[in-house]
Design a protein around this ligand. Sequence first.
Ligand code: SF4
Length: 291
Amino acid sequence: MRTLSDVLKQQYGRKLRKLALSSGCTCPNRDGLKGTGGCTFCSLGGSGEFASPFAPVDLQIRQAKQLLKEPEDADGFIAYFQSFTNTYGDPARLYELFRETILRPDIEILSIATRPDCLSDEMIGMLKTLNEIKPVWVELGLQTIHEATAQRIRRAYPLPVFTDAFHRLKKAGIEVIVHMIFSLPGESEEDMLESIRWLSGLEPPADGIKITMLQILKGTEMAEEYLEHPFPLLSMDDYARLVADSIRILPEATVIHRITGDPPRSLLIAPEWTLHKKKTRNTIMRYLNPR
Ligand code: SF4
């Protein structure tokens, strides 16, 4: 298993820290374009509670650095556009924003979270140009390969849209990180592992993966669904076992970016154990290496 921090230490000789930034984009799955009202688990912050509101990037970076637990100017940073759909907007405006960000000496990597249905050839061409300056990562929220679940959580794109965007990004030389969610309603453990097996079969392989436990957050449609008709959620132990199984399945080339979540405490309804990151991580490690 290769973890992100190991790979970054190897490549940069030091720890890089993420700065959560906002591109000012919304999401086509929330603004009415798709006519859906958004993924049912998505909170008002667009599945990223830490980004600063719309502000010049210089100010956002200063604010994001102040939020770090141990701010240290000597470190390098990953500019992380996490919330909403960060390629859903005017390509010229986004190009200027991302270019200004990536050209900063304190930024080593530009990381952009988006939906696979918001990656036109023009947008990928723009990311390719930026990738020639410094590494650009694109994070795609797949969550599951199962169509029935995708419809239930209203992801609002079918699997082939993901596959197409994935291959176009890889062809452009851009690193792709895939986000999966475990314990989505209606999914069995086998369904979750099937998603991981499918992902592991992609050629070329995904550059990175994030696996997180489903978090039921206040103000989401999933919270209403859960409170009215509670559906089973994985225990910490079961989640840890499944993540360990997934890591064994995934190819060595796929770097483990994340295996725990960061739920906003004030919004979290369930499961409470997702607040205990260290314990979750240790349990996963115990499953990976019982001795
Ligand atoms: S695609 Fe992302 S931002 Fe849009 S509704 Fe789904 S989780 Fe929220």
